[in-house]
Design a protein around this ligand. Structure first.
Ligand code: 6PG
Length: 253
């Protein structure tokens, strides 16, 4: 097994997957806020989490979460302005954030629009450090990191054969993604792996083959960066629809 003891949650379709994920996020938020007075979450991008975000803004989840106690981070961001159609921030803002009364100081946006992306990555790491009152060394522990998985096995913006995969000390990097001819800002695997809980969300038949390869194929994280995600002490969850889980041999979809 190429990942440390993942917990699988498989559902008939993407909507039921999203509802279960919303329940999981709400539960994690309730627990963190009850114990620590706040909930720190890194949102994923792409299209899969959109329904989850929409559900979180609706009853019953909207009322379950004390939103002013939630600190929002992002797992990665495209190098575009926050109002660009490709922006992960824009997607989350439209689906969830603008519908809620979230203090602006709780929205820790990756500034993908900046020309100096190395500085943007450094500043984002400093922002994380400010919120967690730590400055360097072992990354702080986010309560929850949401992740997707791309068709070639990337997660966040940890793409195959990119320098971000080599990072052992940085928490955030500007990663040059040759295949896309662009840079991305991304949390590194060491930062993600310090989370108390990591949730992958995958839906659709087009994810079945890559998921099976990541979970049940040879360990080859340069080619399959999602294999780098092995929480050091936290839990690792896969929220899947049956179509995405269809090629798994160990999990009965
Ligand atoms: C991004 C995401 C990326 C995404 C996967 C899956 O910025 O695109 O962070 O890692 O989660 O590419 O995307 P879909 O959910 O659209 O399949």
């Amino acid at each position: 097994m190429s990942m440390s003891n993942p917990i699988f949650h498989v559902f008939p379709d993407a909507d039921q997957l999203s509802r279960a994920a919303a329940d999981e996020v709400a539960g994690a938020a309730e627990r963190a806020i009850a114990v620590c007075g706040r909930f720190t979450i890194a949102l994923s991008g792409g299209s899969t989490p959109r329904r989850l975000f929409q559900l979180l803004a609706e009853s019953p989840y909207r009322e379950r979460i004390r939103w002013p106690r939630v600190e929002f981070f992002w797992g990665d961001e495209r190098t575009v302005p926050p109002d660009h159609p490709d922006s992960n921030f824009r997607m989350a803002n439209e689906a969830l954030l603008h519908k809620l009364d979230i203090p602006a100081c709780n929205l820790h946006r990756m500034q993908g629009e900046r020309t100096d992306l190395a500085a943007a990555a450094r500043d984002y790491a400093a922002e994380i450090g400010r919120v967690f009152a730590t400055s360097a060394g072992v990354p702080p522990s986010l309560d929850l990191v949401l992740l997707g998985m791309g068709p070639e096995g990337h997660t966040a913006s940890l793409f195959p054969n990119t320098i971000a995969l080599e990072q052992t000390s940085h928490w955030v990097v500007a990663n040059h993604v040759q295949v896309k001819g662009t840079y991305r800002l991304t949390l590194t695997a060491p930062m993600i792996n310090r989370a108390a809980q990591v949730m992958f969300l995958l839906a659709g038949a087009d994810k079945a083959a890559i998921l099976a390869e990541v979970l049940e194929g040879p360990h080859d994280p340069q080619r399959l960066p999602s294999q780098l995600i092995r929480p050091t002490a936290g839990s690792l969850h896969f929220f899947l629809d049956q179509a995405a889980a269809a090629q798994l041999k160990r999990v009965k979809p």
